[in-house]
Design a protein around this ligand. Structure first.
Ligand code: CTP
Ligand code: MG
Length: 226
């Protein structure tokens, strides 16, 4: 089985608000992206990493990989305007074409472990598409734009979805081509796959697998590492 992990790292971090995009910001001495790469590097079931990033940062990333001994980056490609465009570009590489399973994992989720990544690879191969999710701790309400509550959804049936999301390669490629044809734009990879009509399985996510989105998330991340 050949597995490639696509890491979208082409965002500009609007909600985070730092001059340097958040994926390159140092978290207790090590850039967030490097921490994420180290976890994938240590996962023996993964052969290759394809990184999507702004060309301004390609040589910087290559230098970081050298400095931290990251050997699995097989390609650094140009990101797109939306995250979905970044993934689409990554799927065009020959590295992805040679893989049985493709995982997509946000550059800004550094707290994954090898056993977790490996469980996603296995489930992806078995089911075709798999996402990790957590039952929300808070009650979730659907509202109108004017701020009126429309519905309160039963919490036990809801999931807050994380990455890595795993797919059989042909499922993901076919879904991304369909999305491009129909102009569908989703907020994660599974929504693209759902839109194409493939079933997506949910497995238990990990509470510590936070996405560093805002400055407060960064402080939680520091706290988790201390
Ligand atoms: N990403 C990407 N290409 C884009 C947008 C996002 O590769 N055009 C990546 C980000 O670099 C990040 C991941 O997708 O690793 C998750 O996105 P998010 O947390 O939303 O990061 P940003 O888009 O950078 O932040 P914001 O939405 O606050 O601007
Ligand atoms: Mg974003």
């Amino acid at each position: 089985m050949r597995c490639t992990v696509i890491i979208p790292a082409a965002g500009s971090g609007t909600r985070f608000g730092s001059a340097l995009p958040k994926q390159f910001v140092s978290l207790l001495g090590v850039p967030i992206l490097v921490r994420t790469l180290q976890a994938i590097e240590q996962t023996s079931a993964v052969q290759n990493i394809v990184l999507a990033a702004s060309p301004d940062f390609h040589s910087f990333i290559a230098d970081l990989a050298q400095e931290y001994g990251i050997t699995k980056i097989a390609a650094i490609i140009e990101g797109g305007k939306e995250r979905q465009d970044s993934i689409f570009n990554a799927l065009q590489t020959s590295i992805c074409a040679d893989s049985n399973v493709v995982l997509v994992h946000d550059a800004v989720r550094p707290f994954i472990t090898s056993d977790f990544v490996e469980s996603i690879i296995e489930a992806a191969w078995e089911h075709g598409a798999v996402v990790p999710g957590l039952v929300p701790k808070e009650t979730i309400k659907e509202c109108t734009e004017e701020g009126l509550v429309v519905a309160t959804h039963e919490r036990s049936r809801l999931r807050a979805i994380q990455t890595p999301q795993g797919f059989r390669r042909e499922v993901l490629v076919s879904a991304y081509h369909k999305a491009r044809q129909h102009g569908f734009l989703g907020t994660d990879d599974a929504s693209v796959v759902e839109c194409a009509g493939f079933p997506v399985h949910v497995v238990a996510g990990r509470e510590e697998n936070i996405k560093i989105t805002t400055p407060l998330d960064f402080r939680w991340a520091e706290f988790l590492l201390r």
